[in-house]
Ligand binder design. Structure first.
Ligand SMILES: Nc1ncnc2c1ncn2[C@@H]1O[C@H](COP(=O)(O)OP(=O)(O)OP(=O)(O)O)[C@@H](O)[C@H]1O
Ligand SMILES: [Mg+2]
Length: 262
């Protein structure tokens, strides 16, 4: 049985195709301002990679910020449910998922079936999101993929006093002008952001095992800073954490099909 999940987030579109519980193909790409178009492009990419046509898919679930604009899906499900499902499927001992994407951060508590028990999210402010890190990487003139590594070699992290992204960017530029080292600024930024995400997660009660998903989970500096601030180990899930929303949607598509068969 072939099913798929399609996650159109605020910054990236993701698709996963499952064949009887196994990932057949996956794709991630920057989204444009038209969710419908981004969804179609990413789905076509995942289908081409698997050598399939859309008509081969038995059921498709859409999720993410742009889910209501995806016309080709059979059903839409919230990203919170999808991230919870995928994390618990990847490791059944996961009880809390921290998803940090481009535009928001979420903390989700799940039970042993991957169903959501409680959740909280912050989409009011960019300062706890991936976009914050993108803006800071630009200000530091460091490729985004290297920002986390830079942070891990810091000897003397600076303290960032501004929470607001716009003011923090100005602060970063003046720290650079004052001769502060890039690793120390990067580390200060990660710590500041880790404190905001940790406060969000703590507001619903920390529940080990904790896993991280979303594109920001690829940022090693952020991952370590969050572990340090929480005082807990964060579980590394197998595969690309950025596709977990789409993976959860595909897993739910598979469940939906199983229900119709039984
Ligand atoms: N290779 C990488 N290294 C470090 N960070 C990365 C990398 N790839 C992506 N990111 C981070 O991931 C973020 C995007 O995450 P993701 O794709 O989960 O967002 P999204 O699902 O579109 O957003 P949202 O869930 O908030 O709507 C980027 O802003 C960036 O900070
Ligand atoms: Mg997302």
């Amino acid at each position: 049985m072939l099913v798929a999940g399609c996650d159109v987030g605020s910054l990236t579109a993701k698709a996963v195709i499952l064949s009887d519980g196994k990932i057949l193909s996956q794709a991630v790409r920057r989204a444009n301002s038209r969710p419908e178009e981004s969804a179609k492009e990413i789905m076509d990419l995942a289908l081409a990679d698997a050598g399939l046509a859309f008509s081969d898919l038995a059921y498709v679930i859409g999720t993410g910020y742009g889910r209501r604009q995806i016309s080709f899906v059979n059903e839409v499900v919230s990203e919170i449910v999808c991230h919870g499902k995928a994390a618990q499927w990847l490791n059944p001992s996961v009880r809390m998922v921290i998803d940090v994407g481009g535009q928001d951060a979420k903390a989700i508590l799940v039970d042993e079936n991957g169903s959501v028990v409680r959740y909280v999210y912050n989409d009011k402010c960019a300062s706890g999101t991936g976009r914050f890190l993108e803006i800071m990487a630009e200000a530091l003139e460091v490729p985004l993929g290297e920002l986390g590594e830079q942070a891990t070699i810091s000897q003397n992290p600076v303290s960032i006093s501004n929470q607001c992204t716009v003011f923090a960017e100005t602060e970063v530029v003046s720290l650079l002008n004052n001769g502060k080292a890039i690793p120390d600024i990067a580390s200060g930024l990660m710590r500041a952001m880790a404190h905001r995400i940790a406060a969000l997660a703590k507001s619903i009660g920390l529940e080990p095992e904790i896993a991280m998903s979303g594109g920001v989970a690829k940022n090693q500096g952020m991952f370590s800073a969050l572990e340090e601030v929480l005082g807990l180990k964060i579980m590394r899930l197998e595969g690309d954490p950025q596709i977990n929303g789409a993976l959860g949607a595909a897993l739910l598509a598979e469940e939906a099909m199983r229900k119709t068969v039984s």
